[in-house]
Design a protein around this ligand. Structure first.
Ligand SMILES: [Zn+2]
Ligand SMILES: [Zn+2]
Length: 140
């Protein structure tokens, strides 16, 4: 049984069967854009994503979405297929994360290590304080 849903894109109510939660009109629109993009790429082999986005006035994110869906493929300048960062979705050549996420992740790790160290130092300090107090108390 089809259920009624609001289109994710234009908010129109439509009967949803399967696949993307967007209405048939938006699917058609999507197909049209995709056809334009693939035609443009065929006519301009090796065109950059930025150029396509500029010339056809399609958002860069939309192009990335096509690539992620496996409908378009992107090669790096050295002919390698590109990957996507698992965290932010940026295009990368190797590994799981882009440089900035990798940097961020290692920093977060460092940060938690630093915090742990600080905590240990604080505990040490606490102990020292206690001892000092006890010493003081004895004096009295
Ligand atoms: Zn729609
Ligand atoms: Zn990233």
């Amino acid at each position: 049984m089809p259920e009624l849903r609001n289109c994710r894109r234009c908010n129109k109510v439509f009967s949803y069967l399967a696949g993307l939660p967007i209405c048939p009109d938006c699917v058609k629109e999507d197909e049209r854009i995709f056809r334009d993009v693939s035609a443009y790429i065929r006519e301009n082999p090796g065109v950059s994503l930025h150029d396509v986005s500029d010339k056809l006035e399609i958002s860069y994110d939309k192009l990335i979405k096509y690539v992620k869906e496996g409908r378009l493929q992107v090669l790096a300048s050295d002919g390698e297929f590109v990957n996507f960062c698992e965290k932010c979705g940026a295009m990368i050549k190797k590994g799981k994360f882009c440089k900035s996420c990798e940097y961020h992740i290692s920093n977060v790790l460092d940060e938690s290590k630093r915090n742990l160290q600080k905590k240990l130092v604080e505990i040490e300090k606490d102990r020292n304080d206690y001892r000092f107090l006890a010493h003081d108390a004895k004096k009295r």
